[in-house]
Design a binder for this molecule. Sequence first.
Ligand code: S3P
Length: 436
Amino acid sequence: MSLFSRDVEKIRPAKSLKGTISVPGDKSISHRYAMVAALAEGTSEIRGYAASQDCHSTLACLKKMGVKIDERGETVRIHGRGLDGLKPPPDGVELDAGNSGSTMRMLSGILAGQSFRSVMKGDASLSQRPMSRIVIPLELMGAQIKTGEGGRPPLEIRGGSLHAVRYELPVPSAQVKSAVLLAGLFAPGETQVIEPTPTRDHTEILLEQFGADIGRHQRTIAIQGRPRLEAQSLQVPGDISSAAFLLGAGLIVPGSDLVIHNVGLNPTRTALLDVLVGAGGYIKILNIEMVNGELVGDLHVQASRLKGIEISPEMVAGVIDEVPMLAVVGTQTEEGFRVRGAAELRLKESDRIRTVVDNLRRMGVEAEEFPDGMSVAGRQKLRGADIDPQGDHRIAMAFAIAGLIADPVKPTRIRSAQCVNVSFPGFFKTLGKLAG
Ligand code: S3P
């Protein structure tokens, strides 16, 4: 694998992938630890903080509100300011969430609880993503939020004096659930969120670790407002959504045998393992343990013959970030890949239904696009192609994996390849190392 221009990565077919590696810290958990540590009393130490651009955006926003943060490699020390200690950003300074939907949506929950006015903006991709989903519940709680056209960023938030609500999420979304729970920290009484289907529950777990009173009953999560949050010493597990690309590669590149160390295995994130093992994939979990309320373990994967992968609408929330990788893996199965009920994918960093189908077709794969999903034929021979991930990190990584098994006549070239830094800096180096 060699870089032939600054932002195009050339991927050549690999004979096999072998080795033992680790992946960057979990992006979802890193954002949340940083935000809640900023509201706690005392200094929290977070080890293994994700080196990703997205998680850096969260730290940058917190710093603009007076939070002192020391960064030493992957260890971040956050000097909490207490529940009411955030300062207004300096005059005219906007909070920049970059490419990060999680930063914008979850931090909005905290900003809704502040008596000052703040403005949050994002990059070109984030500026196209829907924010009404958080504006509606946060306004119900008493915040005033102005958006750009069509409910999109930038957001101008005037918060303070929130009251508790009971809010039923119309669409399963951990970001929206978290925004409401974080706003609930500032509202006296009990705020309740009801989920249509379970989504990742890191916010619930870590709020409890910091000392908040969280209740969970079936699909309802309740938080008692105005808790005293206490600084914590925390270890972020490796990101299973980053490990996913290496798992996919390990399964489809013949002769591969990999161990990925220290991966977060929270049951709300591991549906992808069930799907891949259900299709006949060899994936074994080793050395499982509990760290700060989160399960962590090592994953051993070997190249396998796979039957077919079907994601039904009820399964979508559990594998929402893994669909691009599953679609690529699906091309190497007996029966292909199919997902329905996944219109949410059109609202991610790119329209992930369109970008996956377009790029698969560039590689000569038969693929069909539906308004809410796609189907991809199995037993496909991929040909090397120019891939345009539309600046979307997960599309770039999924198609790098595809490049590893494409026919050798023409290498696969991933445009705007640096977008992988959004979640997995060093991704191409890691692949290169595994491919020997
Ligand atoms: C995330 C939730 C998901 C996911 C995103 C991270 C989180 O988004 O796609 O990458 O950390 O809560 P939605 O809440 O929009 O489903």
